[in-house]
Design a protein around this ligand. Structure first.
Ligand code: EPZ
Length: 420
């Protein structure tokens, strides 16, 4: 089983190029089901979750292959679709597989998708997705762990989401683009990945307005055509490398990113005493000797991203005081805490809140990754800790971070993959 071995306490400097956004590419790849003919997606991240989503499409009979050997480009041809089922053994590997539900229901009037089940960070229900489909006239049944949805033709509806769910907003948009009439989504998620999905669909002929705001209006159209589309940069990967700069810089320049997607993080890094500057497509961060403690609470966009909470906690483990980290989006997203404690971090957890009392130095240790962002938290701590850190179960890391060793080595880190 491969592990990541990191020799810490090195000053890191240089530039790192952000890959395409996993959390935009996944719903967009699923949304190609809505189109006719060929679509080519560019700037697709080379991460395991993309391979899983391609397997989901291939399982439907859809051809999803690399474009002329370019690992960041995928060509999809929907005309070969022969099945409307997403099986448990694939869906359990990646909950985002449920994003094929809306497209299949909208285009073919039927879908059979395994319930995703929970994961390390929470129960992850999809009740709001299903409630929206029902509002649009779909019949929803649960059979042997599968969602079976059907509708002659979905009709436009007023959908008010109980919570600005990212996946729920995306699935509802996809269900609405071919529906009969107009759908309005209130309390919609405002994440940039929603706007990227809408931009892809509008390029394919959809009529979506307001994506990126909490009120989205979709006028159903008869059909969508395949297009070429370039995925937005990954704001969570970019934020993770900005925190590498804060923790281990030297000076780290994160290129090919959109600083406007990371406003709150950049403000918090400056508050912690780091030098932060940005251009329209890059972020520069210089570390400080010991960061100041800064409290955060996670929140739907544009608040502090839950996907950067674990990484922020790694930074706060090195401060000169105590900071409060509140996780208000998921019910169980502190799985990185016991592992950081193994490295000497002083963290007290009480429900959804952690009090992190910084220490001058963490000490490397064998630790275990539990989910994508917890594994990022561990490699951050390992880069700044004394001695060597060995991270096991790094398949979690591979799901969301492309070429992590190469990118970190490019900044001067001593990191390698070891097998044991
Ligand atoms: C997306 O997950 C992201 N994944 C997550 O990133 C991210 O953490 C999350 O949005 C929040 O920003 C992808 O885009 C593939 P939600 P999603 O629906 O859509 C509850 C990563 O590390 N909820 O906004 O599943 C839910 O339990 C991953 O890249 C319901 O109760 O998130 C959670 O507590 C992890 N019922 C909260 O809402 C529903 O029907 C937010 O979930 C739907 C959600």
């Amino acid at each position: 089983m491969e592990k990541l071995k990191i020799t810490g306490s090195r000053v890191l400097s240089g530039s790192v190029i952000t890959s395409g956004a996993k959390n935009a590419a996944l719903p967009i790849l699923a949304a190609t089901i809505l189109t006719e003919g060929r679509t080519r997606l560019f700037n697709v991240p080379g991460v395991v979750d993309m391979i899983t989503m391609r397997k989901i499409l291939q399982n439907l009979g859809v051809e999803a292959k690399e474009v002329e050997g370019r690992r960041d480009a995928v060509e999809i041809n929907i005309d070969s679709l022969t099945s409307l089922e997403a099986p448990y053994d694939l869906v359990r590997k990646m909950r985002a597989s449920v994003s094929v539900l809306g497209p299949m229901l909208a285009k073919y009037g039927r879908a059979r998708v395994s319930m995703p089940g929970g994961c390390a960070i929470g129960e992850r229900p999809i009740d709001m997705h299903l409630a929206a489909f029902s509002k649009m006239g779909a019949k929803i049944e649960m059979n042997h762990g599968y969602v079976e949805a059907s509708a002659k033709r979905l009709r436009g509806a007023e959908v008010c989401l109980d919570y600005p769910t990212v996946g729920g907003t995306e699935n509802t948009i996809c269900a609405a683009v071919l529906a009969d009439g107009v759908t309005v989504i209130d309390n919609a998620a405002r994440e940039p990945e929603i706007a990227d999905l809408a931009a892809f669909l509008n390029k394919a002929g959809a009529k979506i307005e307001g994506a990126g705001t909490s009120r989205i209006e979709i006028e159903g159209v008869a059909s969508l055509s395949g297009v070429d589309y370039t995925i937005m940069p990954d704001r969570i990967e970019a934020g993770t490398y900005a925190i590498v700069g804060a923790l281990c810089g030297g000076e780290v320049v994160v290129q090919n990113c959109n600083p406007g997607h990371l406003t709150v993080l950049l403000e918090k890094l400056a508050e912690a005493g780091c030098y932060v500057s940005a251009t329209d497509n890059s972020i520069t961060v210089r570390g400080c000797k010991r960061p100041r403690p800064v409290n955060i609470a996670t929140h739907p966009y544009p608040g502090f991203p839950t996907d950067l909470q674990a990484q922020w906690m790694a930074l706060m483990a090195f401060t000169e005081g105590t900071s409060i980290v509140r996780e208000a989006v998921f019910e169980r997203r502190f799985m990185h805490v016991p592992e950081l404690r193994r490295m000497g971090a002083e963290i007290r957890v009480d429900g959804d809140t952690a009090a992190v009392t910084g220490v001058e130095r963490l000490v490397g240790a064998p630790v275990m990754a539990t989910d994508i962002r917890a594994s990022a938290s561990l490699f951050l701590a390992g880069l700044a800790a004394k001695n060597t850190t060995i991270i096991s179960r790094i398949y979690h890391l591979r799901r969301g971070y492309e070429r992590i060793e190469e990118k970190l080595k490019g900044l001067g880190a001593a990191v390698e993959t070891v097998d044991d």
